[in-house]
Design a protein around this ligand. Structure first.
Ligand code: F6R
Length: 241
């Protein structure tokens, strides 16, 4: 595990974007695993800037997103498909057909999970996986559990996660209660994993996940065992390490 400490969120974003840029330059047809949430927005902004400057070409890049809320269409402004389109895909020359996000409106969620696993099998293993970190240690929407789920599956979201995400909805009641998420087995198979963390409110869980025992009760703790894991965090988030 490698740790990169930065001054603030913007510096964190530039460092994470450096790693992703290097990946895209070194392997123009790479498969990126992508995350949503507030942590990687700055990273995506820097990638867009580098694309606009002519330094990055996404035309052969493929992407597989971590997760999606059950019940939200890609047009819903809180869906993760919408997030990705607006925070990255619409601003670079990635082929929309090469971008993958679970279908939150699938009637048969089990079939959707199987379909997504097939996509991962075809495009994977992921070259670089981007992750954020939930306050309860979740990665993707893999919440604390008694085991590490391997493949894409449906999850009931924890209250703490629903509360954390309520800020994006009109009220807590509107936050979907379930999501489809890539499994931890798939994340661990990525050749490289980059986690972005920022802010004092993440310091406790960063400490627990990366200095505590490896346990499915803190899903991110498994990353201690990944052979190529890079934690990019600002001073505040890493202050208790
Ligand atoms: C998002 C995702 C989540 C977030 C996590 C942290 O696709 O998979 O695990 O990374 O909830 O969210 P932020 O970055 O908003 O603190």
């Amino acid at each position: 595990m490698r740790i990169i400490v930065t001054e603030d969120y913007n510096a964190m974003s530039r460092q994470a974007a450096n790693i992703l840029s290097a990946q895209i330059v070194a392997k123009p047809d790479c498969t990126l695993g992508l995350a949503t949430g507030s942590s990687p927005i700055g990273t995506y902004k820097v990638l867009i800037e580098r694309y606009e400057q002519g330094d990055l070409d996404f035309s052969n890049v493929k992407s597989i997103n971590l997760d999606e809320y059950v019940g939200l269409s890609g047009e819903h402004d809180q869906s993760y498909r919408y997030f990705m389109n607006h925070n990255l895909f619409n601003h670079v020359n990635i082929n929309p057909e090469n971008t993958n996000v679970p279908n939150g409106l699938a009637e048969d969620t089990d079939a959707e999970c199987l379909r997504y696993n097939k996509v991962i099998e075809e495009l994977g293993p992921i070259d670089t996986q981007v992750l954020g970190l939930g306050h309860d240690g979740h990665i993707g929407f893999n919440e604390p559990a008694d085991h590490f789920p391997l493949l894409t599956h449906k999850v009931d979201l924890e209250d703490v996660t629903i509360e954390a995400n309520a800020r994006f909805f009109a009220s807590k009641d509107e936050v979907p209660k379930q999501a489809l998420t890539m499994g931890i087995g798939t994340i661990m198979q990525a050749k490289q994993v980059v986690m972005v963390v920022s802010g004092k409110d993440k310091a406790e869980i960063v400490k627990k996940a990366f200095t505590g025992p490896v346990t499915p009760e803190v899903p991110a703790s498994i990353l201690q065992m990944h052979p190529n894991f890079i934690l990019v965090g600002d001073k505040a988030a890493l202050s208790l390490l």
